[in-house]
Design a protein around this ligand. Structure first.
Ligand code: SF4
Length: 189
C-alpha cells in the first residue's frame, strides 16, 4: 500500500490521473449522488485506506458528501460505522485490506450501485461514451471496448493505463491499488 499520506482534497485530481476506472466511477458517483450504497462504500473506502487516506480525513470526506442530502446526525448513526470498520476501529477490528481485481470483478452491482469492475459491468455503448468523455482517442476506445467485450477486463484496464500514461503499467493489472501506485510512480517522476 501507499507509504505516503494522501489528503482528501487531492482526490478529485487523483481520480482523473491515477485511479483505475472502477474507483473513478465510485468517486464520481459519490460526488454527484452524495451517496454510495454499502458495497460501494466498502470497495472505495478500502481503496482510499490503501492509498494513504487517514481515517479522520476519510470520515470528513464521506460526511461532507452525505450531509449534502442527509443531516450529520443520521450520517454519524448510520454511515460512519462502515468507515470506522474499514479502518479496524469498530466491530471485529481486523486490518481489512483493499480488494483486488478478481474480487471486484466477481461483484455484480445492482440498480443504483456503482461497485464492481466497469469493464465487466458497463455495456459497450456506455463504456465507449465514458472513455470518450475522459478524452481518449477513438481508436484507443475501440481497442479497450473490444477487450472488455471479449471478457479481458484486466487487459482492457491495462490498455487504458497505457494510453493515459503513454507507457504500459509496470505490472499486469491485478489490483486497483497497484494500478494507482504504478500511475503515481510515473507521474511523480
Ligand atoms: Fe478496477 Fe481491476 Fe477492473 Fe481495472 S480491472 S477497473 S483495477 S477491478
Amino acid at each position: 500500500w501507499s507509504n505516503t499520506d494522501t489528503p482528501v482534497d487531492a482526490l478529485d485530481e487523483l481520480s482523473k490521473t491515477s485511479y483505475p476506472l472502477c474507483m473513478r466511477t465510485l468517486h464520481e458517483a459519490l460526488k454527484s449522488n452524495h451517496h454510495l450504497k454499502n458495497s460501494g462504500r466498502v470497495q472505495y473506502g478500502l481503496f482510499l485506506k490503501g492509498i494513504g487516506v487517514k481515517m479522520d480525513e476519510a470520515l470528513q470526506m464521506w460526511r461532507t458528501e452525505f450531509t449534502k442530502k442527509i443531516d450529520a446526525d443520521k450520517f454519524d448513526k448510520q454511515y460512519a460505522y462502515t468507515i470506522k470498520y474499514i479502518y479496524g476501529k469498530v466491530g471485529s477490528q481486523k486490518n481489512y485490506t483493499p480488494m483486488g481485481c478478481s474480487k471486484i470483478i466477481s461483484n455484480i452491482a445492482g440498480a443504483g450501485e456503482y461497485h464492481g469492475c466497469p469493464y465487466r459491468l458497463m455495456d459497450s455503448g456506455t463504456l465507449k461514451k465514458k472513455l470518450t468523455s475522459y478524452g481518449l482517442l477513438a481508436t484507443d476506445v475501440s481497442e479497450i471496448v473490444s477487450l472488455a467485450e471479449e471478457h479481458h477486463y484486466q487487459l482492457a484496464c491495462a490498455k487504458c493505463f497505457e494510453v493515459t500514461h503513454k507507457i504500459p503499467p509496470e505490472h499486469p493489472v491485478m489490483h486497483p491499488n497497484a494500478y494507482y501506485l504504478d500511475s503515481r510512480s510515473i507521474i511523480d517522476k
